[in-house]
Every structure is written in structure tokens, then in C-alpha cells.
Design a protein around this ligand. Structure first.
Ligand code: MN
Length: 151
């Protein structure tokens, strides 16, 4: 919530909330992603953190990135896969994923269903960094990651 949001905002339907706008995933078009939306559920300077809900359509994915700030992620809807550092994880509703500082991460919905996740993050945070060509080549040397990136 922002400071002027009501204290109670009921869920409406289909992973939407009263008074919460469905936003583009990112404002700038520079980073690659597909079929993903963003809703900011809690945003108040007093909290020092934000809780966002991201939802990918079937086959959609978030940007492959890393940064100093951490994420605490809860899978909230559906299932898919997650690149986390040097691992590729199968993730499903209810799973918790901690993304440490400077760890490559990307979420992908399975091809047959949407996937949504709650993401906790600091209000004050650095900008994500995208992999260079050399870093992508290094990631692809891991067969599991290569398969994930091609899926
Ligand atoms: Mn991130």
C-alpha cells in the first residue's frame, strides 16, 4: 500500500485486488521479458520494503538479471521454473525462493498455465544488471541452464 491507500483492500477475482492497478512489468523497454504484469500490493516508506505480485502468462518469463538487493519470493499461483545462481528449480504454488545479492535469477511459467509470485524487496534498491554476452556464454556452459534458457 502507499501511504494514502485504504487499510483494507479486498481481493476481487483472479489474482486482483481492489484499488490495485495492473501495471507493465517494467517501464523501460531495454530488458527482455515476456507476458508479465506487476501489481504493487504494499509500498509505504515506513515498511522499508515493498510487496509486489508478478504474473506471467503461460510461457511468459521475467528478466534474467542480478543486483545487490535481495528478493524474498513466494510462488502464489501455478508452476514453472526458476534460474537461481547455478541451479534450475521446478517451482510451484507455496514454494519460497530466496534470491541473495548478485545472484542471477529468472522465473518462467510453464507453457500450459500462468504463474504468479509475490516478491518482497527493499524500497531503496539498486538497478538490476543484465548479463553480458560473456556472462550468457558462461551460464550456457551449464547444461541445465542452457536447457532452461532455450525453453
Ligand atoms: Mn530481480
Amino acid at each position: 500500500m502507499a501511504a494514502d491507500d485504504p487499510l483494507f483492500r479486498p481481493a476481487t477475482a483472479d489474482f486482483r485486488w481492489h484499488g490495485v492497478e495492473v501495471l507493465a512489468y517494467k517501464q523501460d523497454g531495454a530488458a527482455p521479458f515476456r507476458d508479465i504484469t506487476r501489481q504493487v500490493l504494499f509500498h509505504d516508506p515506513e515498511l522499508k520494503c515493498e510487496l509486489r505480485y508478478f504474473e506471467m502468462a503461460a510461457g511468459g518469463y521475467s528478466t534474467l538479471e542480478r543486483h545487490q538487493h535481495m528478493h524474498g519470493v513466494t510462488i502464489y499461483r501455478g508452476q514453472g521454473s526458476c534460474l537461481l545462481g547455478t541451479q534450475v528449480l521446478a517451482v510451484k504454488t507455496g514454494d519460497l525462493v530466496t534470491i541473495p545479492p548478485w545472484t542471477w535469477h529468472q522465473f518462467k511459467a510453464d507453457l500450459d498455465q500462468p504463474m504468479g509470485f509475490l516478491c518482497m524487496v527493499n524500497v531503496d534498491r539498486d538497478r538490476p544488471v543484465l548479463p553480458s554476452d560473456a556472462e550468457m556464454a558462461e551460464l550456457r556452459r551449464n547444461p541445465a541452464i542452457a536447457k532452461f534458457l532455450e525453453s
